[in-house]
Design a protein around this ligand. Sequence first.
Ligand SMILES: [Ca+2]
Ligand SMILES: [Ca+2]
Length: 421
Amino acid sequence: MATYTIVDMNKDPLGPDEIHAGSIIEVTDGDVYIMDPSIGHDVTFNATGNPPAQFDVQFNESNASVVKVNFTGDVIPTISVADGVQLPDVDLMGTNSSGMNLMVGDNVVMGKLFGSSTGADNILVGDGFFTDQDWNTGGGNDTIRFGHDATLKHLKSGAGDDVLYFGNNLTAGDIQTEGGDDNVYVGRNASTAKIDGGNGTDSYRSPESSSNTQNFESTAVVCYAAGTLIKTDRGLRPVEAIQQGERLRTLDHGFQPVIWSRASQHDLRDFRREQHPVLIPAGALGPGLPRRNLIVSPQHRILVGGQGQLQGCFPSEVFVPAKALTILPGVRHMLGRKEITWVHLLCQAHEVIFAEGCASESLLLGPMSLATLGEEERARILGALRNPIASKTPARACLTLTETREFIEANVKSRARVGAA
Ligand SMILES: [Ca+2]
Ligand SMILES: [Ca+2]
């Protein structure tokens, strides 16, 4: 464990703790390497062993040279780039590493980046970032977060469940999240060629509509409209009045306390058709279910195939997204609504709760619900969770929109009526 400075390969003599660029550096866990701006040749950091060596690489000054920095073998570097540093032709090549942490300040220019092809890469970039080179974080579950005013060329996040977050004023070519269940958030005023979710069940969120997104199955927010009556140990309570610590009636675990709730108002005027709230009229899923009209966000999951809700139309109790039910008589997107107040309810585990008598889900804590929260709120939630895994495990199997509609077409639509709808 020591601190070294990597200097140009022609520097002579070498000072103490200096290493020439142009060589392969065998790293040790805890080492710190400072990249001198004089470097004009490639550098390779390598280690063999288990667990992988974790070490720091620091770019504190700009460098206009063409340099490839390779990370190979059992290494997980933490690479930091200071505010204002320009490295337009410095490429970070971590394809054969175990994973990469990259922390970039504000107003930085960088070259190409290849993350680990199998490991998790964690990339955190400040405001005003610029690159005109391709970035590809490869396989593994990668987390990529850019601040405001980022300019990117082509970003791919590979197989694995990735979280991509972009602040306002993003300018980019294609962004492709590829396989896995990916979550993408894009801030206001983005200009991109294409944002493609690829295979898997992907979610896209933005305060503004976008015409160039494709292969996104959901918009991630799971909530009830204010005014919805929820069954609690104090009787039926309007969802927006429910406070932390109040206990909800659950199907599987008796009464369970709410560990976090949040109400937020949303302007729906920029939203696409499929992002509008879904109205499930009284009796649409079975006799008296729901008891009154139920309004939920489009991807909010409703229990079907049991509890009297489309009973017998599915092989078992499963969750389906509310918007998949809009092919049922009376169930529809509320296109006339201009705004809505959404309320989330989080319990220790993902639970089946009762809204207007209808069995439906509490908040499932996905990476995106966390990514869109402020630091303070996120820390509070994570602190309140006894078992973060349980909060991310769905209480029932979840069908996709297409799967749900296939069952409905086969088993429901052939019937004359469903319940009182
Ligand atoms: Ca990766
Ligand atoms: Ca992916």
